[in-house]
Design a protein around this ligand. Structure first.
Ligand code: SF4
Length: 210
């Protein structure tokens, strides 16, 4: 049972349920190939059936951790910090990102946009999910839109989402890993026919790194 004062600090974003943190290479999207420190925050109720981090869903299984401690760790490893989940916007990202910016670190977020945008971000990767569509404001702020393609209908969903982002938002189609052999050729064809899109692959999985 988490104590009330800890719950209060989590509510204020001063503590976050930390699932894991690690220094690796960003494998996906615009910054792929860049060394970055990942902060994976627990908690997500979006419920994607193909989710590859289902262990993140239940926030109660991840220890509430002071954001000052998370910032101290991150600053030792990299100038580029990627906050991911779970769904990080479940929580108030203000205190964490203020701490990271106070150290002059680049703040990147990977989010489904299912909850209102909080925090100070240098790069927003919006990866919307059909189960729980993004809240309005994030469409105008997203720097990249990354749509995971699991089946043919996801191309229609991708176009619907692309119609909502700003003009210079970079558009990616990424195969869901478990069906990549079937989906990659479909994405290749689609991108050649609709070149406003680019292909994103989970290169970290091919590299066998986290
Ligand atoms: S939004 Fe992300 S973490 Fe949440 S269920 Fe979907 S893939 Fe998993």
């Amino acid at each position: 049972m988490v104590e009330d004062n800890v719950m209060d600090l989590v509510d204020k974003g001063l503590m976050l349920p930390l699932m894991e943190e690690f220094y690796t290479i960003q494998g996906e999207g615009y910054h792929k190939g860049t060394a970055a420190y990942f902060i994976r925050v627990g908690g997500c109720d979006v419920g994607c059936h193909w989710c590859d981090v289902k262990e993140s869903w239940n926030a109660e299984t991840h220890p509430p951790t002071a954001v000052d401690q998370i910032v101290d760790h991150a600053a030792k490893y990299s100038n580029t910090i990627v906050v991911t989940g779970g769904e990080p916007l479940t929580w108030d990202m203000g205190p964490l990102t203020e701490g990271l910016k106070a150290r002059n670190l680049q703040t990147h977020i990977e989010t489904s946009g299912a909850y209102p945008l909080t925090g100070i971000w240098d790069w927003i990767c919006l990866s919307p999910k059909k189960n729980k569509l993004p809240e309005g404001e994030i469409y105008e702020k997203a720097d990249e839109l990354k749509v995971i393609v699991y089946n043919k209908h996801d191309f229609i969903f991708a176009e619907e989402q692309a119609a909502k982002v700003k003009e210079d938002c970079i558009l990616y189609l990424q195969p869901e890993w478990s069906v990549r052999e079937k989906i990659v050729p479909m994405i290749v064809d689609y991108v050649m026919q609709h070149p406003k899109w680019k292909v994103s692959l989970q290169t970290h999985k091919y590299l066998n790194i986290p």
